[in-house]
Write a protein that binds this ligand. Structure first.
Ligand SMILES: [Mn+2]
Length: 313
């Protein structure tokens, strides 16, 4: 990716943008790139900007305090924008307003990515962090322990702790190299996963007690109204992981989690165990993602969404 290196070297002011509701992968990829570029190019201005705050269970990563909010940016005159883990430009939310028609590098692993960048590094592999690990080396950036921990968290995030079908021998090779660098697997996994809030445990409990199963479609689903969320004193972050949990049922092949937001719109997420392509189903509602993990937002009612999903399974 010599073009990426050249472009970075020619630019004095670079923005790295990750997606809204940032996860371990967008933060892992963006943060490792930020730290690596800062070390190599101390005279360049490099900002990693996210619309939404870093989740609590990711903020233990060293360097996350350097991630900026939109309000921190007074002078958005960037020469180069690098998107990480963002399947579309819109996925970065309001950060898009800082970018405009700046030259774009698109680094991502979503199969639905339309390659919106002027340079695109889009690969169908486990995570953007896995792509980033190779890219850092190609950019001749030294991978420090802090950068390694960020990438490792990205791998753990997007592979469900090395459990999903997106894990390859190469993913383990990257993990192995990172551990050799000093990354503590057990600490990262504990700090990241075993940190659920009381409300999040309650949301999970509600999901497990109210979920429904459609036998002939092997579909497990749960619909959470905004009222239901509020009645638990929970916020949307507390619903993370519900869709994966639904798929733990032995007879299920596909799971669907619907969550109503305060405006009445419904956010859907889907997971698949084997052959069902949920990227295709999410596409019906204008969403997308991966074959086994995808999401969408819809103005339809939850009943209509469930009906459409069932029809298309
Ligand atoms: Mn990702």
């Amino acid at each position: 990716m010599i073009e990426i290196k050249e472009k970075i070297e020619q630019s004095n002011s670079i923005i790295i943008a990750g997606h809204v509701n940032p996860d371990g992968d967008t933060i892992g990829a963006g943060l490792s790139l930020l730290l690596g570029l800062e070390n190599k190019y101390p005279n360049k201005r490099i900002d990693f900007v996210l619309q939404d705050p870093v989740p609590k269970n990711i903020s233990f990563l060293k360097g996350t305090e350097k991630i900026k909010k939109i309000e921190d940016i007074n002078n958005p005159n960037y020469d180069l924008a690098i998107f990480v883990d963002s399947a579309t430009i819109e996925r970065v939310g309001k950060v898009e307003s800082l970018i405009g028609d700046t030259f774009k590098i698109n680094i991502d692993h979503h199969i639905s990515n339309p390659k919106y960048g002027d340079i695109n590094l889009v690969k169908d592999i486990s995570s953007t962090s896995e792509i980033m690990f190779s890219l850092l080396k190609e950019l001749d950036l030294v991978v420090t322990l802090e950068m390694g921990e960020a990438i490792y968290l990205g791998l753990v995030n997007d592979t469900g702790n090395f459990a999903h079908s997106n894990v390859t021998d190469k993913t383990f090779l990257v993990a192995s190299e990172l551990m050799r660098l000093g990354v503590n697997n057990n600490k990262i996994v504990n700090d990241f996963f075993k940190t659920k809030s009381f409300q999040r445990m309650k949301v999970l409990g509600k999901a497990l007690s109210e979920m429904k199963f459609i036998q002939d479609k092997k579909l497990m689903y749960f619909n959470l109204s905004y009222e239901g969320l509020k009645s638990l004193g929970a916020i949307k972050d507390d619903t993370e992981g519900v869709v994966e949990e639904l798929l733990n049922y032995g007879d299920s092949e596909v799971s669907l989690f619907l969550r109503e937001d305060e405006t009445g719109k419904i956010k859907g997420s889907m997971r698949s165990k084997h052959d069902i392509d949920v990227n295709k189903i999410a596409g019906i509602f204008g969403g997308g993602g991966h074959i086994k993990a995808a999401g969408f937002t819809s103005e339809l009612s939850s009943e209509e969404i469930i009906k459409k999903v069932v029809e298309n399974l």
